[in-house]
Every structure is written in C-alpha cells, then in structure tokens.
Design a protein around this ligand. Structure first.
Ligand code: ZN
Length: 197
C-alpha cells in the first residue's frame, strides 16, 4: 500500500469509518472489516481533500478535460461533488427507479452528445453501481472515460466497463454465517452502527 493510501486508511480509522472486528452486514453475511465512508465525509475539509486526490486520478485516466462527473445516490453524492469541484466539472447523480430498479438520470439532469464524463462512487464492492451509472450515461449520449472511488474493497477485481482507479484498494472478505471463521473463534458478531464507535 502506498504512503498516500496508508494515510487515507488512517483517516478512516480515526473517524470510525473503518472498523476491524466481527460484523453482521445488512446482506446477512459476516465480515472482519467494516467501512462507512459517510463518517469520513461528514468532515467537509476531508471530503474536499479526498475529492481532489480522486480528481487527479480521474484526470489522468480521462486524458483530458472532464465536462461532467456523475455518481450514484446516495453513497457517491459527497465525494462525486468534491471530485467535480476539483475538476471544474458539473456534478449530476443517478437514482434507482423504484419500479424497475434501473439506474436513471432524474430531476432534469442531462448530458450533451459526446460529453466527456467520469463516474465516482464512495466504495466499489462488486462494481455494479458504477457500471450501472456508466450505462445510464452512455444511454444518455455521454462519452464515459473513467471511473473512480475512494475505496475499492474488491481487491482490484471489480470491472465497471471503463478504466477505473481507487485511492485505497482492499480485499475485504465476507462469509456466510455457517462458514465464518470469526464465529468459529467464538467472537460475538455486532451490527455496525448499532453502538457508538
Ligand atoms: Zn461470523
């Protein structure tokens, strides 16, 4: 891990956004690590700094100016906005249509034909949300050049359909309860957010 990535992970630790222990995830799976980017991003100065770092990565991958940054709501809103600020670009967001579950642009958001776009998310797990935003932008006519996230918890494996970068890459394993090595060691599993950290 680079010194920059180490420093970001330390920022996550110090704000309670990165926990190590034994966690019961909303998916029903168990994990030894838990990430909650909102706890870092509640600090605007940190959000601005992370946005600037991510903007540097995105500018490099895009190889030229970026007209618009798009992010999936809710997780991508703050970091996407800060990356757009640093890139001097517009910021728009996508939402899931409640009926179809498709990622869509609402609220009158639009892109110009061929507009140079990048996609930003807080955490990439499978890459599904970012890939859905890439698709939504392409369908709207944008040229999607790159994607980025603060954290990649897929160990670098997630594919999103465009070149991708993350400020910190982790391999965060999750387990079915019956196969969980932490359960086997007798550690009690806690639901993140259910207690003060
Ligand atoms: Zn467990």
């Amino acid at each position: 891990m680079t010194p920059q990535a180490e420093a970001i992970l330390e920022l996550f630790r110090s704000t309670g956004a990165y926990l190590e222990g034994h966690f019961l995830l909303t998916s029903g799976l168990h994990s030894g690590r838990y990430l909650q980017c909102a706890l870092v991003l509640q600090h605007p100065a940190e959000a601005e700094k992370l946005g600037r770092l991510l903007a540097g990565e995105l500018a490099r991958l895009a190889g030229g100016p970026v007209g618009v940054v798009a992010a999936p709501a809710l997780g991508g809103l703050i970091i996407g906005h800060e990356a757009a600020r640093a890139l001097g670009a517009r910021f728009i967001f996508t939402e899931r249509d409640p009926a179809t579950r498709k990622m869509v642009l609402r609220r009158g958001f639009a892109v110009a034909p061929g507009e140079r776009a990048v996609v930003v998310e807080d955490v990439v797990t499978t890459g599904g949300s970012t890939a859905d935003v890439v698709e939504a932008l392409r369908a709207a006519g944008a040229a999607v050049l790159a994607a980025g996230s603060i954290i990649d918890r897929s160990g670098g494996h997630a594919e999103v359909g465009v070149p991708r970068s993350a400020l910190v890459t982790l391999e965060v394993e999750s387990y079915r309860p019956e196969e969980c090595p932490l359960c086997r060691r007798g550690l009690p599993a806690v639901k993140p957010g259910s207690r003060p950290v």
